[in-house]
Design a protein around this ligand. Structure first.
Ligand SMILES: NC(=O)CCC(=O)C(=O)O
Length: 260
């Protein structure tokens, strides 16, 4: 399976879902001119980290964003890994990744498992309880949200279920850009999978963000990398390469989990 991927890196308007929905609509349509198979958005793209106002601005039940992403996916004939949104439920607010396929169906829903205390998430958000596996065109994929990439065991729990492409959506600050780049490359090499990572650019009242969205192959080669401004990066990935690399160095066969 070959997929052309587009990661849309942009500056999120702080606490302004209407403005962000309008912007994403425009940017997805622009990216769609290149006929990508999969379009990826960053973390909390509709609200940014305006955590103190989430009670007012989070999407209740995720209904507005789900409907919006479904209609965009159908219109663009592309799968959308819809970054994440703040989803309000009667159990609290979650940082939730929604993936919709090009038929306009929800292919996956994953709420961030590891809340990032340095950015106060634990005061405002609930941690998810499910894994990030989903399928696109019958292929196993997995989704992760930002801080999750610091937990290799969480990513591994998905690649041992044969996830071949992992999607990381983020609001990763510039202060730790080298951690971002190094961790993403390491996750690709150690799991012998594609890593498709979409970060935001710009700043909010507390942080300047790194950008540097990346598409990395299972050998750890960077196929595309953004700078730190608003930019859409694209690359074509071929999942056959995952099987090739896993055959060349068979780490999944050579694991000794009984000793770990
Ligand atoms: N939004 C996040 O989860 C940020 C994670 C981060 O910055 C880190 O260093 O980890």
């Amino acid at each position: 399976m070959k997929w052309k991927i587009a990661c849309i890196q942009f500056d999120i308007a702080f606490g302004n879902p209407e403005a962000n929905i309008e912007k994403v609509c425009e940017l997805v349509k622009e990216a769609g001119k290149d006929n990508p198979d999969i379009i990826v958005l960053p973390e909390l793209w509709s609200t940014g980290y305006d955590l103190g106002r989430l009670d007012k601005i989070a999407d209740s039940g995720g209904f507005v964003t789900t409907k919006f992403l479904k209609s965009l996916a159908k219109e663009q004939n592309a799968h959308i890994v819809g970054g994440s949104i703040a989803k309000k439920t009667n159990r609290g607010i979650y940082n939730t990744m929604l993936t919709v396929n090009k038929d306009g169906e929800v292919a996956g829903e994953y709420s961030k498992l590891h809340l990032f205390r340095l950015m106060d998430e634990h005061h405002f958000l609930q941690p998810g309880k499910t894994d990030g596996m989903f399928k696109l065109d019958g292929e196993n994929c997995a989704g992760f949200i930002c801080y999750d990439i610091r937990f290799p065991e969480w990513i591994r729990a998905h690649t041992t279920k044969n996830a071949k492409a992992i999607f990381v959506v983020a609001e990763w600050p510039l202060a730790r850009v080298e951690h971002w780049r190094t961790l993403l490359i390491a996750r690709a090499i150690e799991n012998q999978c594609y890593v498709i990572a979409c970060n935001r650019s710009g700043s909010d009242p507390k942080n300047e963000f790194a950008g540097h969205s990346m598409i990395i192959d299972p050998w750890g080669e960077i196929l595309a990398e953004a700078g730190n401004g608003a930019e859409t990066i694209t690359a074509t990935i071929d999942l056959a390469k995952v099987d090739e690399v896993r055959k060349q160095i068979p780490i999944f066969e050579d694991r000794r989990p009984q000793y770990y």
